[in-house]
Unconditional design. Structure first.
Length: 552
């Protein structure tokens, strides 16, 4: 369970290799636990190791064939391997077990959608690259030196509009090198300057001839392609940025307001204004701007990186307010738009702080004491599992109370969960090194695990604090007795291998005599009158096989 919990935590952080390692360690200790294979299958799938994911999913189904999630894991692995028919069969099998399972329904729909896309047309380019042409592609094409000249050509713009309306028409226009260049720019693939002779030709497929190639424009030249309103908005934004750098936030907001008014479809101005509000401590206004930027961006189909940036900024604002749960949610949504190392690191930090915050907010010494008292009452009634639940609740409410770990260790010992008892005893001693009962609990746990030397050390550590403690002294005596018995048993086992002893014990007459001596001690006097019997009895006693008053 410890390894499983570590694996789950690593998986949630996106540390899939670490998760796989922990789940693997758990499987070594508990190879028949179907949950472990299921979790590792999910981690393998997240790491794009779909063959390994499938192997674990198959093992999950083998161990727990009536569990729907096993088929969900199996379907996901087949889907990743592009084995669509097998994926569909797996998801459908899971739905037979759980007809209302929403995750299985959505996964099945996703596979079928991929199948439809694969069979839509022979070219398939529209299905593959159709998303590239979504959102505000025109601004990106206008500011790129390669595609900027094409934006003045009506036939080219018309083709872009056709592709946006119906992505499957992309294949019809790939003969136009201007479309190929646009595709490269939108996919962030470097395109050489047409003047270099290696870039796609800008000649359209119609009879209309394009303008002659122009020299490579400077970085500022594409701004001429912007509308008057867009130019005015950019100018206001630049003024706002300068004011922001000088910490003149009110002035910056004035300029960003003007930019928003001039070009309300550019969400950058909203996120910039949100930064100002954040610096001024106006967090509600800052969050509202970020939310609006995300909403408007999705409505306008803006660049996903801009939406991710708005969500990232929202997360940063929540972090300033110590709202770690909200921050983690914002960072998580940002990662779905654009997965970056920076955002992932911030998410991990937010989740850690969120966990600590939740633990802190749960602390309550008074409620801890109430839970402890309930646990004590249950312990007296020998209801040890229920007592453990109450002590565990008490620990959550007040993890610094050493007596809670001592009490829970006693419960675990009663249930023969000696490793857990030992862990609690160690924690008790760590919190309160001079608490004698902690050493008693530790000694008991070691004793019942037959780790006699460690038990003796624990008892002796306690006796250094309280040398007359009856429970500790009793523990020491029990350990010494058990160690002696173990040694005696070992000696007896070795003695039984002695040929002379074996001969005596194999004699039916001697066996009967030994039995009579055990069942009727008075008969021993009669038997011992025989010098031969007496000699054999003495030999068994010398070898340690027979003990006075103790029998064999």
């Amino acid at each position: 369970m410890e390894y499983k919990n570590k694996g789950n935590a690593a998986f949630q952080k996106g540390a899939y290799d670490e998760a796989i390692q922990n789940f693997s360690e758990a499987i070594k200790l508990d190879p028949s636990n179907h949950l472990l294979y299921s979790n590792r299958s999910a981690a393998y799938a997240a790491s794009q190791k779909f063959k390994d994911a499938l192997a674990d999913a198959n093992k999950t189904v083998e161990l727990k064939p009536e569990w729907a999630k096993g088929y969900s894991r199996k379907g996901a692995a087949h889907h990743g391997l592009e084995e669509y028919n097998e994926a569909i069969q797996s998801f459908e099998q899971g739905l037979k077990l759980e007809p209302d399972n929403q995750q299985l329904k959505e996964s099945l729909a996703a596979v079928k959608k991929d199948v439809d896309m694969d069979t839509a047309d022979q070219g398939g380019m529209g299905n593959i690259f159709g998303d590239v042409f979504k959102g505000d592609i025109y601004t990106k094409l206008r500011v790129n030196p390669t595609t900027a000249p094409f934006m003045n050509q009506p036939d080219f713009v018309k083709k872009l509009q056709e592709i946006q309306a119906n992505p499957s028409t992309l294949t019809q226009h790939l003969g136009d090198q201007r479309v190929v260049a646009a595709l490269s720019v939108l996919m962030n693939i470097p395109v050489r300057n047409p003047a270099g002779g290696n870039a796609p030709s800008s000649k359209p497929q119609t009879q209309e001839q394009p303008e002659s190639p122009k020299p490579t424009p400077t970085k500022k030249e594409p701004e001429k392609q912007l509308t008057d309103n867009q130019k005015r908005a950019e100018d206001e934004k630049n003024k706002g940025n300068d004011a922001y750098k000088n910490k003149n936030f009110e002035t910056a907001i004035t300029h960003y307001n003007a930019a928003i008014q001039a070009d309300p479809e550019n969400i950058i101005y909203l996120t910039n204004r949100a930064a100002c509000y954040s610096e001024m401590g106006k967090y509600d206004e800052a969050v509202a701007d970020c939310m609006k930027a995300v909403e408007e961006g999705r409505h306008l189909r803006a660049d996903y990186k801009l939406i991710a940036k708005a969500l990232l900024r929202m997360g940063n604002i929540y972090m300033k307010q110590n709202k770690y749960a909200e921050a983690a949610d914002a960072y998580g949504k940002s990662l779905t738009e654009d997965r970056t190392a920076e955002t992932l690191k911030l998410l991990q930090k937010a989740e850690k702080l969120k966990e600590e915050q939740e633990k802190e907010s749960y602390l309550d010494p008074q409620k801890s004491l109430e839970a402890k008292e309930r646990g004590n009452a249950l312990f007296k009634d020998a209801r040890y599992p229920d007592a453990i639940k109450e002590y565990s609740e008490a620990v959550k409410r007040n993890p610094s109370d050493h007596t809670l770990y001592s009490n829970r260790a006693a419960c675990y010992t009663k249930l023969a969960e000696y490793r857990l008892a030992l862990s609690d005893a160690d924690q008790c001693i760590k919190l309160k090194p001079d608490f004698v009962k902690g050493y008693t609990r530790k000694g008991h746990a070691h004793y019942f695990m037959k780790e006699y030397q460690k038990a003796l050390e624990a008892y002796n550590e306690g006796l250094k604090l309280e040398e007359s403690n009856a429970e500790l002294l009793d523990g020491v005596n029990r350990v010494i007795q058990s160690m002696n018995e173990m040694q005696t048993q070992k000696s007896s086992e070795e003695a039984l291998k002695d040929p002379e002893v074996q001969e005596i014990l194999s004699d039916p007459v001697m066996r009967q005599i030994l039995q009579d001596m055990q069942t009727n001690p008075g008969a021993a006097q009669d038997h011992l009158k025989s010098p031969l019997v007496m000699a054999k009895i003495q030999k068994l006693m010398e070898k340690g096989v027979l003990r006075v008053g103790g029998g064999m």
